[in-house]
Design a protein around this ligand. Structure first.
Ligand code: CTP
Ligand code: CA
Length: 226
């Protein structure tokens, strides 16, 4: 039975999935973050677990519940996220990075609440580690998948990211397209591989898209095993 077989096709795989935003502390009560809800990453985690994988879901703060059968690891900052990924890196054959990692963090996280004083307040930001880029350097024969949300030049930017971060493919979506983006239950994406091939995926639910992404991952895994 094909449907039953498909369900368990990730049985002997360990997958790391990152999801949600990161939070970069300014002081004990404030942070810098973004609009990521984690829906896409949680959908992938849910489907991967259903299909039999051992799933580490490394997630920034979201309002979502851990999907059934998934090992949820909650993190805050990009640096936390990177550290927790590395704890499970050796064990995983597949890494899917759907988290919206903050590119910059405050240079200092103040111990005490910053008090209101002058008319202007400047917070110095410093670049966070590019987790995916660092993973790309050590990926070996693991499958590495990135996400990109763009507001312009989607294809061009996404193609560049695949090569620069040494990914197998990237799932790119345009924030300004209706039915795509952060808080929606659907997505419209382009999947772009290392060869620059573009698959235009029609609008579908994030759960359907999760299955499709896992199908593409399994296809590549099987190619690698031949
Ligand atoms: N990413 C990451 N670490 C960062 C920034 C991004 O691992 N510090 C990952 C994201 O999880 C995503 C991919 O890189 O899978 C692309 O993220 P994106 O923000 O689109 O790309 P950037 O390289 O940060 O470039 P920019 O924001 O300038 O477009
Ligand atoms: Ca970014």
């Amino acid at each position: 039975n094909e449907i039953l077989n498909k369900k368990k096709d990730l049985q002997d795989k360990t997958i790391i999935i990152t999801a949600g935003p990161t939070r970069e502390p300014i002081d004990p009560v404030r942070f810098i973050s973004n609009h990521s809800t984690g829906k896409m990453g949680y959908a992938i985690a849910e489907k991967a677990a259903e299909r039999g994988a051992k799933v580490y879901l490394i997630s920034g703060p979201t309002a979502l519940k851990a999907p059934k059968g998934v090992r949820l690891i909650s993190v805050n900052s990009a640096k936390d996220m990177q550290r927790r990924i590395m704890e499970h890196f050796d064990e995983a054959q597949i890494i899917i990075k759907s988290a919206a990692v903050a590119d910059y963090a405050p240079a200092v996280a103040h111990d005490q609440k910053i008090k209101k004083k002058d008319e202007n307040l400047t917070i110095e930001l410093v670049k966070n580690p590019d987790i995916l880029y660092e993973l790309g350097k050590i990926k070996g024969d693991k499958i590495l998948v990135g996400f990109a949300m763009e507001t312009q030049n989607l294809i061009e930017n996404a193609k560049e990211k695949v090569l620069k971060k040494n990914l197998d493919f990237i799932v790119a979506n345009d924030l300004f397209t209706e039915g795509a983006g952060f808080a929606t239950d659907t997505n419209i994406v382009k999947i772009i591989d290392r060869g620059g091939n573009i698959e235009s995926v029609p609008k579908m639910s994030k759960h359907q898209l999760a299955d499709l992404i896992l199908d593409r991952v399994m296809y590549l895994q099987q190619l690698g095993e031949v």
